[in-house]
Ligand binder design. Structure first.
Ligand SMILES: [Mg+2]
Length: 295
């Protein structure tokens, strides 16, 4: 194995015309394929000798046009030991703090400010503080209503279970709040849940909270802390997320992946999941479908 050897993982929503792709690599891009590994009918690994930036761009452009997800990584540093995952709009469909505010009957343009925060256009901590203020004095039973509305993204359970089974440390790292975060974490089997925590008095929100993950770089701080504690290199971390507050952990992990992400993440992180579900991340790690934990 050469230091410059790269692995290109290709994932489609339906069966791949693998022969066409092989020809494209070899004839159009003049790339030498050292090995092909079938991960499933819709996912393949291609081991290739060093890819130039121009070839990389061409390949990504072609995949985008054909609605194929693609991940390009160096083969020598592919092995991972830690999963860090965002929660809202990544592991689940919901933005749970927005749901909470809406269920509280607060009439404000929550979706718009949430979008601006996730695009990095307004400060996340200010956004959180404003929302918590809205909730002040509301009953904590609103949380049960939020939990009942949670929709897990397809592949979330298989992703976490399979990586647990493979010996990964799995952490849900969210700017969201316990006990919503711990409910999601428990349901999927995350080993760690890192989140902010609501403060209650007389079963009502006080408007205050423990700001554990409220900072711009909180997720990166956790990445640094965990890797130091476990003596695992950051290059052995895979991280996934969709918003501006995920950027620190995505950019500083060995493999950072945007999941149906906001533009700021698409602009800053090369490898993305744009078309398929969360099991795509397992393929990016070289795990084939017959190794998935489907129980
Ligand atoms: Mg998110």
């Amino acid at each position: 194995m050469n230091n410059k050897d790269q692995v290109v993982t290709i994932v489609h929503s339906h069966s791949l015309a693998k022969e066409d792709l092989s020809k494209y690599f070899q004839n159009t891009l003049s790339l030498k394929i050292n090995k092909e590994i079938k991960l499933s009918d819709c996912a393949y690994d291609f081991y290739l000798e060093s890819i130039t930036p121009e070839q990389n761009q061409e390949l990504r452009k072609k995949c985008y046009l054909e609605k194929i997800d693609i991940c390009i990584q160096f083969l020598t540093s592919r092995e991972k030991k830690i999963l860090l995952s965002d929660m809202d709009a990544t592991i689940i469909e919901n933005e749970t703090l927005d749901d909470l505010v809406k269920l509280g009957g607060i009439k404000t343009n929550i979706d718009e400010t949430s979008k601006l925060a996730m695009e990095g256009k307004i400060d996340i901590k200010t956004t959180l503080n404003t929302r918590l203020n809205y909730l002040k004095g509301k009953s904590k039973t609103l949380i049960d209503q939020v939990l009942a509305r949670i929709k897990f993204h397809p592949g979330s359970k298989v992703l976490v279970k399979t990586l647990n089974q493979k010996g990964f440390i799995t952490s849900l790292v969210t700017g969201g709040f316990a006990p919503i975060s711990t409910f999601v974490g428990d349901r999927l089997g995350f080993q760690n849940v890192i989140s902010n925590e609501f403060e209650f008095k007389d079963d009502c929100f006080t408007g205050k909270y423990a700001p554990i993950t409220a900072g711009k770089n909180s997720k990166l701080d956790y990445l640094n802390k965990l890797t130091e504690e476990k003596n695992i290199s950051k290059s052995q971390v895979v991280a996934i997320g969709d918003g501006a507050n995920d950027l620190g952990m995505l950019v500083n992990s060995g493999l950072g992946v945007g999941y149906h992400a906001h533009q700021i993440v698409k602009d800053s992180v090369e490898n993305q999941i744009l078309f398929n579900d969360l099991t795509t991340l397992l393929y990016y790690l070289g795990i084939s479908k017959n190794e998935f934990d489907l129980n």
